[in-house]
Design a protein around this ligand. Structure first.
Ligand code: NAD
Length: 290
């Protein structure tokens, strides 16, 4: 079993680390906030974490955190005693992912960008989808570790391709969640029962993951944030971050994403109105008030 350092034990990283422990791996973990996870060694800082591990898995909020943790003066690469294999799972910009790949390669280490899709329920169940960017050899090496946390492990291409797939997926997710919210809000305003609409739509051509797995209306699916006053889940500010990443990527590639622009503006307005720490499906209530 592998000796793994895990960094970032938040909504996603906590349950992912738990599944690595369940699979029999030896974990040393680090987070800037106090960690409550049993069966692991808690490191006081990155220097301590990196001393005695063969792999690092990180699950951090955004690109700036990843740059600090990997490339900072007190970061992993400055303090690693040997070349190891890094599995960077956060959702971040392609540029940062490529910079981290390049810095690790320069030190003789192995790296994959491996962002996930699936949310906190999948993280807990070990059924995440991983989109992996890196060489064939790196993919083959990390796959068994990712299988302890996920059900579907895709090789998206070379360095940065995992992030490209993730950004495009979340562009679609943001748009589809708003679409599902609008459809329920319109149905309700017209006098249609939400449950009746759900039962029909999940079998009809409008069905999508935001409807069938993450329905934003309370009382329809048992384990969704909608049933817990939109407690995250996946915070609206994280969705806004991903839509901004998609817009930046679209601009750099000169690709037209007009619905992505609109979805970003709507999530920005929802966050500005106080929704930033709510689950991203909570935008349904804000849309209803417009
Ligand atoms: P989170 O904020 O709950 O967790 C991030 C953790 O990183 C926190 O515990 C934080 O204290 C820690 N952290 C921040 N800076 C650090 C540092 N310098 N050193 C060590 N630890 C640090 O976020 P999350 O919801 O777990 O999301 C993590 C990543 O996964 C994000 O990039 C997000 O976009 C992506 N993601 C989230 C979901 C979801 O449903 N929550 C789904 C797919 C992907």
């Amino acid at each position: 079993m592998a000796k793994i350092g895990f960094i970032g034990l938040g909504h996603m990283g906590g349950p992912m680390a738990e599944n690595l422990v369940k699979a029999g791996h030896n974990l040393t973990v680090y987070d800037v906030t106090p960690v409550s996870l049993s069966g692991v060694v808690v490191a006081a800082n990155l220097a301590e974490l990196i001393q005695n591990v063969d792999y690092v898995v990180s699950m951090l909020p955004a690109g700036a955190h990843v740059r600090e943790v990997y490339l900072g003066a007190e970061g992993l690469l400055a303090q690693a005693p040997k070349a190891i294999t890094y599995i960077e799972c956060s959702t971040i910009d392609v540029e940062t992912a490529k910079a981290v790949h390049a810095a690790i390669a320069q030190k003789g280490g192995v790296c994959v960008d491996a962002p996930v899709s699936g949310g906190t329920a999948s993280a807990a169940a070990g059924t995440l989808t991983f989109m992996v960017g890196g060489s064939d050899e790196a993919f083959a090496e990390v796959k068994p570790i990712l299988e302890a946390m996920g059900k579907k492990i895709f090789h998206a291409g070379l360095a940065g391709c995992g992030q490209m797939a993730k950004i495009c997926n979340n562009l679609l997710l943001g748009i589809s969640m708003i679409g599902v919210c609008e459809a329920f809000n319109l149905g309700k305003a017209l006098g249609l029962e939400p449950q009746a609409f759900f039962d029909i739509c999940k079998e009809a051509s409008g069905q999508c993951w935001s409807l069938t797995q993450y329905c934003p209306v309370p009382g329809i699916l048992p384990h969704t944030p909608a049933n817990k006053n939109y407690e995250p889940g996946f915070m609206a500010k994280m969705m806004l971050k991903d839509l901004n990443l998609a817009e930046d990527a679209a601009e750099s590639a000169a690709a037209a994403t007009p619905l992505g622009d609109k979805a970003r503006d709507l999530y920005q307005a929802f966050c500005d109105a106080g929704g930033q720490d709510k689950d991203f499906s909570g935008i349904i209530e804000w849309l209803q008030r417009q």
